[in-house]
Write a protein that binds this ligand. Structure first.
Ligand SMILES: Cc1cc2nc3c(=O)[nH]c(=O)nc-3n(C[C@H](O)[C@H](O)[C@H](O)COP(=O)(O)O)c2cc1C
Length: 208
């Protein structure tokens, strides 16, 4: 039975588009799941005890290093124990939510998950569900402003060496923003496509 690590990063517990699309994926996922909800339970930011514990022998830990390392080790265990990944990540301020960045800062440890060839999770399938209030494709007024998707795809596929598949729901602010009224049809199409892509992706992974 394949095991999925599902991470939600939206702080919205109700009405979140990324959570909704991830839930569609989950509905078709046949295996077991570890769900880490960074919106409900945010991780601490990267700190000196956390960072230094990555290269200090455990016998020499301070109390702060011990506590920070215990959480980091739990998160790395969750990463290593999964066969597949589902990351649901909204765009905040043209970038990645700090909640998700904190997760990355915990699990990127040189010699364990980073800088080892091959990566311990190399080739595992990752589904990256992105929700964006606007649109950033070629020819849009904000083309070039998306610092979320390129960053996430780069680090997940080239640092962790995951097999990344991106599903995007864009223009999610259209329904509630009067100036975006003319884009509501496109927003609805994008959302429907994202749900369908999530359903198909989970089903396809189930057959592997
Ligand atoms: C704090 C904050 C910052 C945001 N910044 C952006 C942004 O820079 N660009 C954008 O297109 N949408 C932005 N949005 C809109 C979100 O990307 C959009 O509402 C998305 O659907 C949020 O994901 P969720 O529905 O899963 O919560 C922002 C939303 C919030 C709450």
């Amino acid at each position: 039975m394949p095991h999925l690590l599902h991470i939600d990063a939206s702080f919205r517990l109700e009405g979140s588009v990324s959570r909704g699309v991830a839930a569609t994926f989950r509905d078709s996922w046949p295996g077991t799941v570890t769900h880490r909800d960074l919106g409900r339970e945010p991780l601490p930011h990267l700190s000196e005890p956390l960072f230094t514990s990555g290269f200090t022998p455990a016998e020499g830990y301070t109390a702060e290093q011990k506590e920070a390392a215990a959480l980091r080790d739990t998160l790395i265990d969750e990463l290593l124990s999964a066969d597949a990944y589902l990351f649901a990540v909204p765009m905040y301020n043209y970038g990645v939510p700090s909640a998700f960045k904190a997760w990355i800062d915990h699990i990127f440890v040189v010699g364990q998950t980073v800088g080892v060839e091959p990566s311990p999770v190399a080739g595992r399938p990752a589904t990256l569900v992105l929700s964006k209030g606007g649109a950033y494709g070629p020819g849009t007024p904000k083309e070039g402003w998306d610092f979320s998707e390129p960053y996430l795809v780069k680090i997940l596929s080239e640092v962790l060496e995951l097999d990344v598949h991106v599903i995007t729901a864009e223009l999610t602010l259209a329904d509630t923003t009067p100036q975006m009224e003319s884009l509501r049809g496109l927003a609805a199409e994008s959302l429907a496509r994202a749900h369908e892509a999530a359903r198909l992706r989970a089903g396809r992974l189930a057959l592997v």
